[in-house]
Design a protein around this ligand. Structure first.
Ligand code: SF4
Length: 321
């Protein structure tokens, strides 16, 4: 079996809660609490779950943007924590992020060309005319005219701004991109265009994506595998078609029943009741038990083990994987 491009093992990202004049740690927000998963070269894994479940923190942690409490992230078999100097710089080029709100993530005082070539400048790659030519080529690759290179972010539409963000991420020739809700701030009509562009670029450059979204309908279009996250933990993971057609976890079923599907006129809806509990004091046993319509007494006592069969894993006492 080939080594995965990215391998996450028992990852925990906890944020300390400090209190009092001595600033003592009196607890933790367990944003990511024991997540394990692999991403292969050229693969897209969709990461779904409600807002606040830890998706973005996980995405930032695998790029080294959050301090890891415990567990490891391996890139091409190497623990990120061991990268130093030139090797760390090289890894930073290879792993990029596309953010949800392109307007907030783009400097309003920079032109499109400056924004696209900023990474090249920061890493000392190319100079003068060559750098400008590279930026124009990247803009063309994401469907932006060379004539718009001297325009500022506010002169572009939301979809065009996201294309600038994508060109920026591409400028350093990455292998892996965390796409954090890249289309949720866009009109529905523009979402499909940006998703198609990401698919095209993935094929052309053999990119791997961790595609974070709260929308399973969007994930279905782009991901080969999907991982469902609840309160900092993975509750189900498997092939996109299999998880969407035959979900095993009650939480995944509830998320799916909220997705409108053409032709579905009937069928039992499993609507979620209550809010996501606080990650500072997660429920005992199965973290989903206070909201689960199928909870049994043991669900509040024991955390369900992760069971996997033919690449489809689930954490639920009712499922043997
Ligand atoms: Fe529901 Fe129990 Fe399964 Fe958790 S372990 S999802 S509470 S049935």
């Amino acid at each position: 079996m080939t080594e995965p491009l990215l391998s996450i093992d028992s990852l925990q990202v906890w944020f300390p809660l400090r209190h009092g004049i001595l600033n003592r740690v009196r607890g933790y927000v367990r944003a990511v609490d024991g997540v394990s998963m692999d991403i292969a070269a050229g693969e897209t894994v969709g990461l779904v779950g409600e807002s606040g479940c830890g998706k973005t923190t996980l995405g930032r942690a695998v790029l080294g943007l959050e301090k890891i409490h415990s567990g490891t992230v391996r890139y091409n078999g190497r623990d990120l924590a061991t990268f130093k100097g030139a090797e760390k710089l090289q890894w930073r080029r290879r792993c990029q992020m596309i953010f949800q709100d392109p307007f907030a993530s783009l400097n309003p005082r920079m032109t499109a060309m400056e924004l696209v070539s900023e990474g090249l400048a920061q890493h000392g790659l190319l100079k003068g005319v060559s750098r400008e030519e590279a930026a124009i080529e990247l803009m063309g690759e994401v469907g932006l005219d060379a004539e718009s290179r001297l325009r500022y972010p506010h002169e572009f539409s939301g979809g065009q701004r996201q294309r600038i963000s994508i060109a920026r991420a591409l400028s350093l020739k990455p292998e892996f991109i965390v796409c954090d809700e890249p289309v949720s701030a866009l009109d529905v009509s523009v979402q499909a265009q940006v998703i198609n562009l990401l698919i095209e670029l993935r094929e052309r450059h053999r990119l791997s994506y961790l595609f974070i979204s709260h929308d399973l309908g969007v994930v279905r279009h782009i991901a080969e595998r999907v991982a469902v996250m609840y309160l900092g933990r993975l509750v189900e993971c498997g092939g996109c078609a299999e998880v969407m057609e035959a979900p095993k976890h009650p939480y995944t079923r509830a998320l799916l029943s909220a997705v409108p599907r053409p032709g579905r006129t009937s069928g039992k809806r499993e609507l979620l009741s209550g809010d996501l509990p606080s990650p500072t004091a997660p429920p005992s046993g199965c973290p989903f038990h206070p909201r689960c319509p199928m909870a049994r007494p043991e669900c509040a006592r024991e955390a369900p083990p992760w069971r996997e069969t033919k690449g489809h894993g689930v954490a639920c006492h009712l499922n043997g994987g």
